[in-house]
Design a protein around this ligand. Structure first.
Ligand SMILES: Cc1ncc(COP(=O)(O)O)c(C=O)c1O
Length: 466
């Protein structure tokens, strides 16, 4: 039988799949390890509806989404205005290389208006990692004679080759070595380390997150980014600020670098840039930097992307940005974030198992102390030791999901940190609910001083669904 005669699944068939079927297709055709991990955490439910801060599963149960698409859902799920914007594109071409797209022109203009300082030259791609790739290439081309790129330990900038080369997590890097040459890590938050490397005068660029998101929501010392700006100026290195997770109101400023009035040379954007509806990645650069690399008819096509600046994505982006501004989501993030952080820090004062609660705006991380390995071994008979050791935060997340219908997850680089990153439209009632749920988990299951019971419960929950 020729392949074209094989029966293919249509959308109806896909949407009617049972949980087991989805697992099967994922296992065979996508990634079996992902299925194992998701099943273990009970993260493989089928959700059939999503609106704002809530999603509903196939049984009609309502959940609060405190993942917020890892920063991609600042406006919440399925914001109607953004969905309508996409429809508004109507019969216009979505991509047509033989034309200039008015929607891309308008969106680039808008971004230049709202980003700090003289940032104004925009490149549109389709994901965060693509934004970072573009930024790295621009920095190299704009700083000829210098090849070195500095990045921070514990950082996360994406998983394509260039982005991975400046991502500070060994686990993700190791299987792909050697990565890009001339990339060097410095300690996040450590200005001396940075200056030592910059002073060799061979650094083209330094890339940094204003707050390390996947690294476990790490806030650098106050004044760090402003000093970084000065050091980069002094040693003629281009400063790339990755606002992919921190941007669009998340930390209580439209962009987190505004907390310290820093104007980067290049800023990376993605996630909520497309309103959670369309995938968009972009960088925006200061004109003198961009001109050095790409100005002129012989250089204009040095960096491109087929779907970059497509009509549907641009329409979504224009309206999403408008909505963030008119609904004052940035101000909301600041106010709600201050409240949430304060009540969670009260919990920390009461429970030893909480190592730290930290963050800015509605980018909050709750780090747990790791229970002793010997204790875990005894409890689990050694069986789940590795999982519990590496993914303790995920065990707490699974309790929040199973018992309280609150969706959270651990951060990629630090599995002992639960990320609390709800849509910026989250209600205070939901913030209270999440806090009480964490409190109840810790109290009822004896986390205070004795953490073992909760681990036992989490493990038995997990095995129930395997
Ligand atoms: C700061 C930062 N940069 C880059 C990325 C990569 O974005 P994407 O997954 O869209 O490639 C992420 C994703 O979490 C991120 O948090």
């Amino acid at each position: 039988m020729s392949n074209s005669n094989k029966k293919l699944l249509d959308i109806d068939a896909a949407l009617q799949m049972e949980r087991e079927d989805i697992r099967h297709y994922y296992r065979r055709y996508i990634n079996s390890g992902l299925v194992d991990m998701m099943s273990l955490m009970d993260f493989d439910k089928q959700f059939v509806k999503a609106q704002g801060e809530k999603v509903w599963d196939a049984e009609g149960r309502e959940y609060l989404d405190f993942l917020g698409g890892y920063g991609a859902l600042n406006l919440g799920h399925n914001p109607p205005v953004v969905q309508k914007a996409v429809e508004q594109v109507g019969e216009r071409p979505n991509i047509l290389q033989a034309s200039l797209n008015p929607l891309a022109a308008a969106f680039a203009y808008n971004l230049a208006q709202v980003t700090p300082g003289d940032l104004e030259k925009v490149f549109f791609g389709n994901s965060g990692t693509e934004a970072v790739e573009g930024a790295l290439k621009l920095a190299r081309a704009a700083n000829p004679g210098r090849s070195k790129i500095l990045y921070c330990k514990n950082s996360f900038h994406g998983k394509s080759f260039g982005s991975l080369s400046v991502t500070g997590r060994e686990k993700y890097r190791q299987p792909f070595l050697p990565l890009l040459p001339d990339c060097d890590a410095v300690e996040f938050g450590n200005l001396e380390d940075l200056e030592m490397k910059l002073s060799r005068n061979d650094v083209a660029a330094f890339i940094v997150e204003p707050i390390q998101g996947e690294g476990g929501v790490i806030v650098p010392p106050e004044g760090y980014l402003a000093e970084v700006r000065q050091l980069c100026d002094r040693y003629k290195a281009i400063l790339i600020v990755d606002e992919i997770q921190t941007g669009f109101g998340r930390t209580g400023r439209l962009f987190a670098c505004e907390h310290e009035e820093v104007v980067p040379d290049i800023m990376c954007l993605a996630k909520s840039l497309g309103g959670g509806v369309m995938p968009i990645g972009a960088y925006i650069a200061r004109p003198h930097i961009w001109n050095r690399a790409y100005k002129g008819i012989d250089k204009y096509a040095l960096h491109t992307s087929t779907f970059g600046g497509n009509s549907l994505a641009m329409a979504a982006g224009i309206v999403a940005l408008q909505q963030i501004i008119t609904e004052k989501l940035t101000e909301q993030a600041e106010e709600k974030g201050n409240y949430f952080l304060a009540i969670l820090q009260q919990l920390q004062d009461e429970y030893d198992i909480i190592k730290e609660v930290r963050g800015k705006g509605l980018l909050i991380g709750m780090e747990f102390n790791q229970p002793a390995t010997g204790v875990l071994n005894k409890l689990t008979g050694g069986k789940l030791n590795k999982l519990a050791v590496e993914y303790f935060g995920s065990l707490v997340a699974s309790e929040l999901l199973d018992k309280y219908q609150i969706i959270t997850a651990y951060t990629l680089n630090n599995p002992n940190v639960i990320r609390l990153e709800p849509p910026l439209i989250v209600t205070q009632v939901s913030l209270d609910k999440a806090t009480l749920a964490v409190e109840e988990i810790l109290r009822d299951q004896g986390f205070k001083g004795v953490v073992f019971n909760s681990i036992r419960t989490a493990i038995s929950n997990v095995s129930l669904h395997r």
